[in-house]
Write a protein that binds this ligand. Structure first.
Ligand SMILES: NC(=O)c1ccc[n+]([C@@H]2O[C@H](COP(=O)([O-])OP(=O)(O)OC[C@H]3O[C@@H](n4cnc5c(N)ncnc54)[C@H](O)[C@@H]3O)[C@@H](O)[C@H]2O)c1
Length: 287
C-alpha cells in the first residue's frame, strides 16, 4: 500500500529529519539512514553534537548531512526546522524521526513541577510538535513515514519514573492514533519501545543522587543491546509496515505480561518495588 513497497522501502534513500541526532539512538538512526543512501538533517538542541553526527556521516558515507540547532519543545523552532529541512535537502522530507528525549526519575512526591514540565516539554511536546509540523508536509507530498521514539516505560509503569512514563505512554497513544488516521494518506508510523540502551540518557538526565551513578552503570553494563541494533530493528519493522518496535527480550516480556493481565502485572510490580529499594541500599547508595 502507498508510495512504499519492497523495492522502495522507507528506510532506503530517505530524505530524513532526525531529532536528538547528536547522541545515542538519534545518532545511530542518522548514520544508518545515510548508510542506506539517505540524506539527513541532524537536529539537536546541542548544535556541536549535531554537527559531529553530520561530520561523521560525511566522512563515512557519500550522503549529505546537515546540522540544525532545534529545541523540539519550542514550537517555533520545530516549525522553522520543518521549513529549513526541505531547503537543505533540496527535496521533500520522506521520513521524520521524533527521537529527542530526556530522562527523569524520582519518587512522585519528590519530583518538582519544574522537572515534570521539562520532561513533558522535550519528550511529549517535542513529538507533538514534530508530528504537527511535518504531517501536513508529508500529506502534501503524497505520503512518507514517521518514527516516534517512545520507550518500554510507556507500558511498564515502573515506580519512581512517573513523569517519564507519562510522556512515553502518551507518545505510544499518539503514534497508535496517527497510524490509523494517516494510513489513508500513505503515511506509515512506527513507535519504538526499548528498555535499556547504552547511551548518554542517564548522564544527561535528572535523577535522584542515590541512583544517578548506579543507573548509568546499569545502563552501560547490563543493557542487552546497542543503539545500532535497536535502530536496525526499528527500520526493519518500519519497512515491513509494522507499527510497533519492541526490540529486546525484556521489553517483549513486559509487553506480553502487561497485555495478558494488567491487574496481576501491576500487583507484581508493587510487590517487587520494596525489593528494588533493598537492592539500591545494598548497592551502597546513600538513601
Ligand atoms: N537509552 C535508553 O535506555 C532509552 C530507552 C528507551 C527509550 N529511550 C529514548 O530514546 C530517545 C533517545 O535517547 P538516548 O538514549 O539516545 O539519549 P541521549 O541522551 O544519548 O540522546 C538524546 C539527544 O537528545 C538531545 N536533546 C535533549 N533535549 C532536546 C531538546 N529539547 N531538543 C532537541 N534535542 C534535545 C540531546 O542533546 C541528545 O543529543 C529518547 O526519546 C529516550 O527517551 C532511550
Amino acid at each position: 500500500m502507498g508510495i512504499f513497497n519492497k523495492k522502495n522501502p522507507p528506510s532506503r534513500n530517505a530524505y530524513a529529519v532526525v531529532t536528538g541526532a547528536g547522541s545515542g539512538i538519534g545518532r545511530s538512526f542518522a548514520l544508518e539512514l545515510a548508510r542506506r543512501g539517505g540524506h539527513v538533517v541532524c537536529a539537536d538542541i546541542n548544535l556541536d553534537a549535531a554537527q559531529e553526527t553530520a561530520d561523521l556521516i560525511q566522512s563515512l558515507t557519500s550522503s549529505h548531512a546537515y546540522a540544525v540547532q532545534c529545541d523540539v519543545g519550542i514550537k517555533e523552532q520545530v516549525q522553522a526546522l520543518s521549513e529549513q529541512a526541505e531547503q537543505l535537502l533540496g527535496h521533500a522530507v520522506t521520513l521524520v524521526i521524533n527521537n529527542a528525549g530526556v530522562g527523569l526519575g524520582g519518587k512522585f512526591d519528590e519530583v518538582s513541577l519544574e522537572d515534570w514540565q521539562w520532561c513533558m516539554h522535550v519528550n511529549l511536546w517535542g513529538v507533538i510538535h514534530g508530528c504537527h509540523y511535518f504531517v501536513p508536509k508529508l500529506k502534501q507530498n503524497g505520503g512518507g513515514a514517521i518514527i516516534n521514539v517512545a520507550s518500554a516505560a510507556g507500558y511498564t509503569a515502573a515506580p519512581e519514573m512517573t513523569a517519564y512514563n507519562v510522556t512515553k505512554s502518551s507518545v505510544l497513544a499518539l503514534s497508535e492514533t496517527l497510524s490509523a488516521e494517516l494510513r489513508s494518506a500513505n503515511i506509515r508510523v512506527n513507535v519504538l519501545c526499548p528498555t535499556l540502551v547504552p547511551t548518554n540518557i542517564m548522564k544527561n538526565g535528572r535523577l535522584p543522587k542515590q541512583y544517578s551513578g548506579l543507573a548509568d552503570q546499569l545502563l552501560m553494563n547490563h543493557a542487552f543491546t546497542t543503539s545500532d541494533d535497536v535502530v536496525q530493528k526499528t527500520l526493519k519493522q518500519l519497512d515491513a509496515d509494522r507499527l510497533y518496535t519492541i526490540p529486546q527480550p525484556d521489553a517483549k516480556l513486559f509487553w506480553w505480561m502487561k497485555r495478558l493481565s494488567p491487574q496481576i502485572y501491576t500487583k507484581l510490580l508493587g510487590a517487587g518495588y520494596p525489593l528494588f529499594n533493598k537492592y539500591i541500599k545494598k548497592a551502597g547508595a546513600p538513601s
